[in-house]
Design a protein around this ligand. Structure first.
Ligand code: PLP
Length: 426
């Protein structure tokens, strides 16, 4: 247990000792919605802040377009033709993969679908998809529509295909033992397990290594939605042996609204010519791509799932952001994150004892986000937070989510948030 004190000067002393504190200065903070100065920003779990360097990176691409036009594919400062390759190392570092296993493309839900084309291979016997009951709606829609897409041809009932993992009565998060027990029970009928690495609503971090190994031993394919995990917690997708994963880049990866997402395919699948796949020319082996032949020859990397040529203007922010992660490192960020979120939790017990935290208490079972149930009318309390200059978000039915992000939130920010939460709930 860390030693904490409830004073602002103590919070400032934590900032003074923080080796990552200087990163804060590299981000643009929004204006305080309630008055002068900057907002207290705790919504990095929804949209990460803009790195100051992003503007220049975009301007560079616009200048190269203006000055070079089509020649920019070869002669831009960062040539456009292989532009997606520039983000590979950074992405691999963030999710714990080899460079061959990751690719930046599309959006998250689109990637989940493309990956399920390859990895959801239902049979009459094994057709179920296990998800968490509190899965993000887009994931629910994606798995339901995938099951419906196959049901008639394969011969199963799509309405029975989706298995939803629910917490125990009166609990808000899933117990790993219960998840494993259910996987064991359902394995004979299950084709795919697809869970969120960190749940968007509760902030619970799943034991991804244990769950992946357990399901795979029972012949279940495993995919992870890492929307709330990438850039938030340390990931080891390769070592855990996950079959596939996908994530967005607009939350903790600070790459802007609707940013280009990421995908992971485990190395053991990369040379598998039997996998069904929707193909496009940027998935073809670059050695033969411009021979313009009609036969698809997949490159032996996750790029094989890529359809189109890289969206350079959208990838420039991803490149800038990942450079920051490479410099800061996930290990150091996570170390600070555990302390930052722990400090918030500790302060809240003092300033706002009526606030209930849904997120697990153990740092190993959560990322940076705390999901709070505020006493009384949660929506009204959320509005009052805004009036006090705090940007947090509200999720139905009564959850206020706050995410202290170690790259740009300070201990003093967290101290101020705890004070405001005390005021609006007191
Ligand atoms: C867990 C999860 N899955 C899926 C999505 C949908 O993402 P997109 O709109 O990028 O497809 C989100 C968006 O916030 C999410 O949090």
């Amino acid at each position: 247990m860390s030693h904490f004190e409830p004073t602002e000067s103590f919070a400032r002393s934590l900032d003074a000792a923080d080796q990552l504190a200087a990163f804060r200065g590299r981000f643009c903070f929004p204006k305080n919605p309630a008055g002068r100065g900057e907002a207290l920003y705790f919504v990095g779990n929804s949209l990460g802040l803009m790195p100051k360097a992003t503007r220049e990176a975009l301007t560079q691409e616009l200048d190269d377009w203006a000055n070079l036009a089509v020649e920019g594919h070869f002669h831009a400062k960062h040539p456009w033709l292989p532009y997606h390759e520039e983000v590979r190392a950074g992405l691999a570092g963030v999710v714990g993969a080899s460079e061959r296993e990751v690719v930046a493309m599309n959006s998250l839900t689109a990637n989940l679908h493309l990956l399920m084309v390859s990895f959801y291979r239902p049979t009459r016997e094994r057709y179920q998809i296990i998800i968490e009951d509190a899965a993000f709606p887009s994931d629910s829609y994606a798995v339901q529509s995938q099951a419906a897409f196959h049901a008639r041809a394969v011969g199963f009932d799509a309405s029975r295909a989706i298995v939803r993992l629910r917490p125990r009565e009166g609990e808000h998060t899933l117990r790993t033992g219960d998840v494993l027990e259910r996987i064991d029970r359902e394995a004979g009928r299950t084709a795919l397990l697809m869970l969120g690495g960190v749940n968007y609503l509760s902030g619970q971090k799943m034991d991804m290594g244990t769950i992946t190994a357990f399901a795979r031993e029972r012949g279940v394919v495993v995919g992870w939605d890492l929307a709330h995990a990438a850039g938030n917690v340390e990931l080891r997708l390769h070592d855990w042996g996950a079959d596939f994963a996908a994530w967005c880049s607009y939350k903790y990866l600070n790459s802007g609204p609707g940013a280009v997402a990421g995908a992971f395919v485990h190395e053991r699948h990369l040379g598998d010519a039997t996998l069904p796949r929707f193909a496009g020319w940027w998935g073809n082996d670059p050695a033969t791509r411009f021979k313009m032949g009609p036969e698809f020859v997949p490159v032996q990397s996750a790029d094989a799932w890529q359809l189109s040529n890289p969206p350079v203007l959208a990838l420039a922010p991803v490149r800038e952001s990942l450079a920051i992660f490479t410099e800061a490192t996930m290990a150091r960020l996570r170390q600070k994150s555990e302390r930052l979120t722990g400090y918030l939790e500790w302060l809240l017990q003092r300033t706002a004892p009526g606030v209930k935290v849904l997120t697990p208490r153990e740092p190993a079972d959560r990322g940076c986000q705390l999901s709070l149930v505020l006493p009384g009318d949660a929506r009204a309390a959320h509005t009052r937070l805004g009036e006090q200059g705090v940007m947090a978000d509200f999720r139905e039915p009564n959850v206020v989510r706050v995410a202290p992000v170690p790259l740009y939130n300070s201990f003093q920010d967290v101290w101020r948030l705890a004070e405001v939460l005390g005021k609006v709930t007191g």
